[in-house]
Design a protein around this ligand. Structure first.
Ligand code: ARG
Length: 595
């Protein structure tokens, strides 16, 4: 039976209950996972001295799980689980504090991490899914940039946080669909086409499609703004006409639109590759622009869709106790962003049958998602009945993002500059061991950007800082990579062979103990993070782990020590490396072995 420490304790408890006739023997295995989840690590973060690791067990929840009503009765029995593993059970309000033997604990933690390796912390192996947390199908939609507009900070955050969210579910054994929903429809295309006719050229488009389309987009929008000042809207009207042509399937327009789309997509693909971000499905807003009719007819037949005096179609939907208006049809009968989102959601329901759906989109679109969920609740979409906050995964803004060239328009400018800066400091540090310096610098740049984004709570805005983001010593992505690479080099160069048969009693040091307490907490943390979908919990944990690892170098030397001691310490370092590596991959980094 595999499992980590909480599971061992749960097993002890259940076996004792069964020995006392309080539980049928057959129940022991069935309840083990549920009881393991009630055993929580107690303030590991605050433990500073070598003490017995402590776990907390909520008695009332245990009583409910094993169907025993008297907490006193449970307490009496629990007092008897003492033995080789459990040192002491002490009552604490409505809970029991369970202290465990440090040596047994160390041995168990090291064994489990070594045995499970890359899947340590992934519940699919540790804890087979049972009733409450059965395997679910989850759809995570993220990134979702617009093709004719720049990829802005909101899209960057969506890409990073969404990728993490999908990783988390996948890591915990769920079936995940990763969807990129590309904005390739809307009046902006009419304007862009007009702009391209006026100011664009094929050569520049092929050379650097994103930059060229952006320039054209800016120029045509400036024109629209200028005309607005002089109370004319000629250009805007022409743009609208072109979009109408596109909607009607005009071949010229379609050809242009397809070309913009393909070239932009290629560029995005390069960027995703650089970030290490992947998708299982790409969906296009345009594919839903013509699928809205059936939906609207059905809403109309059910008396849900109303039409105002201008011919605009809308629905009133419930939101937090009041009614809000959700507009679904323009006066000319065409669809809106919201209508297309409704159609896309129905399509996903039929295609993927998700139990859960997460849209990872900036907080600014809150109203849109409230409207969307409100409409979907009328349309037999099971997941739409979950709270909106669970569906729309929001995040705040990035402030002050600018590069040497000024205000940032493209993510690649940020990544390029980050890489340049890193290369510079790698050269200055002269400690660089890698020959592959360009690639390493790029991975570090990406790590810096990603970790800076996931350090704080999602909903907080944060201020972009080059120095903090790329620091080797302060809490940053570069710092994590450095901790990992340094561990790899210690392990490779210590001159000691790794063995899993070590004598843990050699580990009589506070450093090793603290490190293993934190290592042991990882699976629990991953599971808790599923409740909040806050990457900062994992990131902060990895910082803590790295600081402890760094502190352990001087306290736990390996090279030159007696074999027994050296092997035990090496195993501690290797287990810490494994967890650091697993956590880094979970947040979307590619751990470096050398830098
Ligand atoms: N393309 C949209 C934008 O950039 C974001 C799409 C979010 N997803 C959705 N299903 N509406 O604003």
């Amino acid at each position: 039976m595999s499992g980590y420490f909480r599971r061992t304790i749960a097993n002890r408890i259940l076996r004792t209950l069964s020995k006392h006739g309080k539980l049928a023997a057959a129940e022991v295995e069935r309840l083990e996972r549920n009881v393991a989840l009630l055993v929580t690590t107690q303030d590991v973060r605050k433990k500073t001295r070598l003490g017995e690791p402590q776990y907390k067990l909520d008695l009332a929840s245990l009583g409910r799980t094993v169907q025993i009503s008297s907490t006193q009765g449970l307490m009496d029995i629990l007092a008897q689980i003492q033995g080789d593993v459990v040192r002491e059970c002490t009552p604490d309000k409505h809970a029991v504090m369970i202290s465990v033997d440090p040596h047994t604990f160390h041995k168990e933690v090291l064994d489990v991490v070594q045995r499970e390796g890359p899947s340590f912390g992934s519940a699919s192996l540790n804890l087979p899914p049972t009733e409450g947390t059965s395997q679910q199908t989850v759809l995570v939609e993220y990134s979702s940039p617009n093709i004719a507009k720049p990829f802005h900070a909101g899209h960057l955050r969506s890409t990073i946080i969404g990728h993490f969210t999908a990783n988390l579910y996948q890591h915990l054994g769920h079936t995940v669909h990763r969807v990129n929903y590309l904005g390739d429809w809307g009046t902006q295309f009419g304007l862009l086409a007009l702009g391209f006719q006026r100011y664009g050229d094929e050569t520049s488009l092929k050379e650097d499609p994103l930059l060229h389309l952006f320039k054209v987009y800016v120029e045509i929008n400036q024109k629209v703004e200028e005309e607005k000042q002089s109370k004319s809207n000629n250009t805007y009207q022409q743009g609208l006409q072109l979009f109408t042509k596109l909607e009607q399937g005009d071949p010229e327009m379609l050809k242009l639109w397809k070309q913009f789309r393909e070239l932009s997509l290629e560029e995005y693909q390069k960027m995703y590759q650089r970030l290490g971000v992947t998708f299982t499905d790409t969906q296009y807003e345009s594919q839903y622009s013509h699928q809205t009719q059936e939906l609207l007819t059905s809403l109309q037949n059910r008396g849900l869709l109303k039409t105002d005096e201008k011919g605009v179609g809308y629905m009133m939907v419930e939101d937090r106790g009041s009614d809000i208006k959700a507009t679904l049809v323009k006066s000319d009968g065409s669809s809106l962003y919201l209508t297309r989102d409704v159609a896309a959601a129905l399509d996903r329901r039929d295609k993927f049958r998700p139990d859960r759906m997460h849209y990872v989109v900036e907080g600014g679109q809150q109203l849109h998602f409230r409207q969307l969920v409100g409409v979907l609740r009328h349309l037999d979409v099971p997941w739409a009945h979950r709270p909106v906050e669970d569906i729309h995964i929001q995040f705040g803004r990035i402030e002050g993002m600018s590069s040497r060239r000024g205000t940032v328009v493209f993510l690649r400018d940020i990544l390029d500059e980050a890489r340049e800066r890193i290369l510079q400091s790698m050269k200055e540090r002269k400690t660089t061991k890698t020959e592959d310096i360009e690639r390493v610098a790029d991975v570090l740049a990406v790590s810096g950007v990603m970790v800076q984004d996931m350090k704080g709570r999602r909903n907080n805005n944060y201020t972009f800082s080059w120095d903090r983001m790329l620091s080797f010593s302060a809490d940053s992505g570069v710092f994590l990579q450095y901790a990992h690479a340094r561990l790899c080099s210690l392990i490779a160069n210590c001159g000691v062979a790794m063995s899993s048969e070590v004598d843990v009693s050699c580990l009589n040091s506070d450093s090793a103990h603290q490190l293993l307490l934190v290592v042991a907490r990882y699976p629990e943390l991953v599971e808790e993070t599923l409740m909040t979908l806050e990457p900062c919990h994992i990131v902060q944990y990895l910082f803590k782990l790295s600081h402890l690892i760094n502190a352990a170098y001087s306290n736990l030397p390996v090279k030159g020590e007696a074999t027994e001691v050296a092997q035990a310490r090496l195993l501690v370092f290797d287990s810490a490396r494994q967890v650091l590596c697993n956590g880094m991959k979970l947040i979307g980094l590619q751990p470096l072995h050398q830098m």
